[in-house]
Design a protein around this ligand. Sequence first.
Ligand SMILES: O=C([O-])CC(=O)C(=O)O
Ligand SMILES: [Mg+2]
Length: 234
Amino acid sequence: MQNGKRIYLKRKLPDQDLIQAYRELPASNVADCMNRTGAMAPRIKLMSQPQKEMCGPAFTVHNRPGDNLTLYAALKYCHEGDVLVIDNEEDNTRAVIGEVMMTWLRDQRHVAGVVVDGPMRDIDSLRNWDLPIYAVSTTPNGPYKEGPGEINVPVSCGGIAVNPGDLILGDGDGVIKIARAEAATLLARAQAFHQKDDAKAASYHEGTGDLAWIDNELKHKDYQIIDDYYRPES
Ligand SMILES: O=C([O-])CC(=O)C(=O)O
Ligand SMILES: [Mg+2]
């Protein structure tokens, strides 16, 4: 076995109905139900203009930093509905993907989205695309094509661990990972949380929302409410 040059073709996948159900939920609500964990770092930003949320199983790629030979292999082996999750060891000097590769992924593979922990390029052609594309930044500087790299092994993307087949959910706020084994049990909780959050926003709109807890909490934490001006000299 060539460590560092392995391409696994098989992954355990989440059920399709789970993928559909999570697509209806804001990533923030689901992350709150994981005790505010599971989100990739804010450096992973939405670069395109999708009409709906990104949701699908992770097809993981571990690039040698700034190199995209392995990512080219992923173009061949990924499937419809996958979310490509690309670990680039946080290199921020070279774009590892651009319009040519994205065109294949959108038009020939019909992937659900692409998440790159690193720069991309050809943004002027891609920024209006409906395909969800997340990346750190852009640069005209291109990638090397030497390898090594691996496909469908555990990777690190946006500061969190992603296993092949984990559920990846992305919206305008960013991207979260839901571990495949936990996705089914988490769903009902996330749906209930989402309903409550919507109801809360509606009650704040109406002015009937509960604000009493704020005073209680401030008191409990020894805040001082001072009926006076701030005076720098005092
Ligand atoms: O040249 C590359 O490998 C990446 C790129 O710009 C493209 O996919 O258009
Ligand atoms: Mg290009």
